[in-house]
Ligand binder design. Sequence first.
Ligand code: ADP
Ligand code: NI
Length: 216
Amino acid sequence: MTNQDIINTTVEFVKTELQNAEGGHDWFHIERVWKNARTIAQSEPVNLLIVELGALLHDIADSKFNSGDETIGSKKARLFLKSLSVDQDTVDHVENIIANISFKGGNFEPNFFSMELAVVQDADRLDAMGAIGIARAFNYGGYKGRELYNPSIKPLEGMTKEQYKNSAAPTINHFYEKLLVLKDRMNTETGRRMAQQRHLFMEQYLEQFFKEWDGN
Ligand code: ADP
Ligand code: NI
């Protein structure tokens, strides 16, 4: 199989697997992350096949939607890539990207790093920001039956991984707990530049939100 055949087959696999996914974690999320990743990869010394496979497979089975099992995604990806006879180093690397990409509150030590992971992580983080990020957050909140905002529930800073995972707070809190901290967590120069503009847009959005909340 050529690399292009591997990518094409992976696209079809991911589309099928994510058929019933929640709107913020569906095929179109993957497609946007894939595009972001290719843009960022242009300025980084990376193996493009690994970046593309990492982007395409990064949400193949999210622990949030699989009873908290955090290994299910990387296992599924491994079985799939092995079925295409992708070489072992590539399979291992893609597995490591999937296992280590997630934000999960951001307050723990990662146990793997590569430039390919850095690129895919930036690409995924960008899709949590800006206009799309806002849409995804409220869609996820709705899916979970959360309040839009509740002035009596304050955002928590520096949450542990457990607190972050178990949070049932209103969706506006998620901006302060995750979305607004992402711009300072970008790994690459291109990612940082793209994040800047999306960050500003979210700040403007929140300003308007609270203005309207107060009847102005
Ligand atoms: P991670 O596990 O890396 O934090 P998630 O898959 O939890 O990534 O988050 C992906 C996207 O899902 C977020 O950017 C956001 O759009 C949405 N999301 C996750 N948790 C929440 C939440 N508590 N409230 C609103 N949106 C959320
Ligand atoms: Ni994602």
